[in-house]
Write a protein that binds this ligand. Structure first.
Ligand SMILES: C[S@@+](CC[C@H](N)C(=O)[O-])C[C@H]1O[C@@H](n2cnc3c(N)ncnc32)[C@H](O)[C@@H]1O
Length: 277
């Protein structure tokens, strides 16, 4: 739930898919509650990261990357000009990109989160029948993905569940490997923490072992992994099978990474990296 490259890269991809009339499928593998009340569960840095980004946006005026600016606007629409109490989670941010021809599935295993997730969709879906195109399922995403086939274009978000890192990483890599043949035109975006150089290198090796043909790592990591506060914002995304007709993918992702790096600069020294697998 932070100002990570995941949020803005995913936005960039959805924007790309929605730029022409062909339908696409969006699947949120770990949907969560949809909207979070930071007033109830505030960690200092969640608010701080967003505030730093907003301050940077005001400084840049019109120079903020589009994906970042539009998410900041969505946040302001929900919160009003002076507060940041409500935080838009991944499924709520995606709904504005789902058109009549598209389909979205939000998977959330926890029964406890279901009412909040449904209420969040009620708040963010336009009253134009969009609800019919969004399927909220109380389901284990790994089971759901194990026999999923997507014929056309699609995007699957694999966020972390709440299991320990080593467990969910194995599940996520297994899902990526098994989806390749059944969803050949689907992009998979997997979030991962960059909490230390050894974990980062090990993740890179494990991903390389999968022999993916078209994949990139995009990361924003604190230069000194030893400082605890950096672990809150150091993270990466693995993009598997990004759309081949998105010729400016690298430029757009680099732009997002640099914007976040600059925004965090007053408190954290971060480095960015964009690496083809
Ligand atoms: C970090 S939160 C997701 C945050 C959300 N993607 C966002 O950005 O707003 C992880 C969620 O995954 C759910 N979860 C854990 N394991 C799952 C599974 N196997 N299938 C579906 N949901 C799962 C948890 O209940 C939790 O709500």
């Amino acid at each position: 739930m932070r100002s990570t490259p995941k949020r803005y890269t995913r936005k960039q991809l959805l924007q790309h898919y929605a730029a022409d009339s062909q339908p696409f499928t969006y699947i949120d593998g770990h949907a969560g509650r949809g909207i979070y009340d930071l007033g109830e569960n505030l960690t200092e840095f969640q608010n701080y990261g967003l505030n730093l980004l907003e301050r940077h946006h005001h400084r840049l005026s019109s120079g903020t990357p589009g994906a970042v600016a539009s998410l900041l606007e969505a946040n302001r629409r929900l919160n009003g000009p002076n507060e940041t109490r409500w935080y838009l989670g991944s499924p709520s941010l995606a709904t504005s990109w789902i058109r009549e021809q598209d389909r979205m599935t939000a998977l959330e295993a926890s029964q406890e989160h279901q009412p909040a997730l449904e209420a969040a969709f009620g708040r963010t879906l336009a009253a134009d029948g969009a609800a019919r195109r969004v399927d909220i399922r109380r389901e284990n995403s790994y089971l759901y993905l194990s026999d999923l086939s997507v014929a056309g274009r699609g995007l699957i978000l694999l966020d972390p569940p709440y299991e320990p890192y080593s467990q969910y990483l194995s599940w996520n890599l297994w899902a990526i490997d098994s989806l390749r043949s059944r969803c050949p035109d689907t992009c998979i975006l997997m979030w991962y923490p960059c909490s230390g150089e050894a974990d980062r290198q090990s993740l890179h090796l494990r991903v390389r072992d999968l022999g993916l043909q078209n994949a990139v790592f995009a990361e924003l990591c604190e230069t000194d992994f030893g400082k605890k506060k950096g672990a809150l914002v150091s993270s990466g995304v693995l993009l598997v099978n990004p759309p081949t007709d998105m010729l400016d993918l690298e430029a757009k992702v680099q732009e997002i990474l640099s914007c976040l790096q600059d925004a965090f600069h007053p408190v954290l020294s971060m480095e960015t990296s964009y690496l083809k697998v």
